[in-house]
Ligand binder design. Structure first.
Ligand SMILES: [Mn+2]
Length: 206
């Protein structure tokens, strides 16, 4: 089915009470699949729009529901998610997106293990909050989360630029131990420097 989405879908269908995976899949279609103007529609989880087969109409794309190309629920593969399936189809070589979706997939599967949930407020809690605020308005949830996913993507892109700048770092000896100096357009990363064992860190804007 690769290359199926040469056409721009007019409708994106997700499931009611959309979770991170569903929202990320919608977001990728809108930002990387030229479907920015698509209408959003939400159905009970597992179902399809008007109960038609999921991949019946190339203008209607289902994500995380309906058992079609972009639903992973027919598979036990924990490296798959709806967002991952859409990513592979639309932007397989985008490293920032790969990092974002890798986390989405792991979060999607971690939900099965409630004992191992993070302690602090996290993106799932944020989405639960939106779903609690707008229980009958999944569009509101999606519209609220799209800019958050933009911001997350920007964070990943910046992280990659920082790592690149860090790979060109200078290392030097000090009487206290390792010194690390770096130069970049994006600000420095003391976190990277200290995690590499630096005791002295210097940053210079380029
Ligand atoms: Mn999912």
């Amino acid at each position: 089915m690769s290359g199926f989405y040469l056409v721009t879908p007019k409708t994106i269908v997700g499931h009611l009470a959309p979770d991170l995976d569903c929202l990320a899949a919608i977001w990728i279609l809108m930002r990387f699949g030229k479907a920015g103007d698509a209408e959003l529609s939400f159905v009970p989880a597992g179902r399809t729009l008007d109960d038609q087969p999921a991949d019946n109409d190339p203008m209607i794309v289902h994500v995380d529901t309906g058992g079609g190309q972009f639903d992973h629920h027919h598979s036990a593969d924990t490296t798959l998610s709806a967002a991952e399936l859409v990513r592979r189809e639309l932007a397989p070589d985008n490293e920032s997106l790969r990092r974002l979706v890798d986390q989405v997939t792991r979060i999607d599967h971690a939900e099965a293990y409630p004992g191992r949930q993070p302690v602090f407020f996290n993106i799932n809690d944020l989405i639960s909050g939106y779903n609690a605020l707008y229980p009958n308005r999944p569009h509101h949830v999606a519209q609220a989360m799209l800019p958050n996913l933009d911001a997350w993507y920007e964070h990943e892109a910046r992280q990659i630029r920082l790592e690149r700048a860090f790979s060109r770092r200078l290392e030097f000896d000090t009487r206290w131990g390792l010194g690390i100096a770096m130069q970049s357009d994006d600000g420095g990363s003391s976190r990277l420097a200290y995690s590499h064992g630096a005791v002295l860190y210097a940053y210079r804007a380029s």
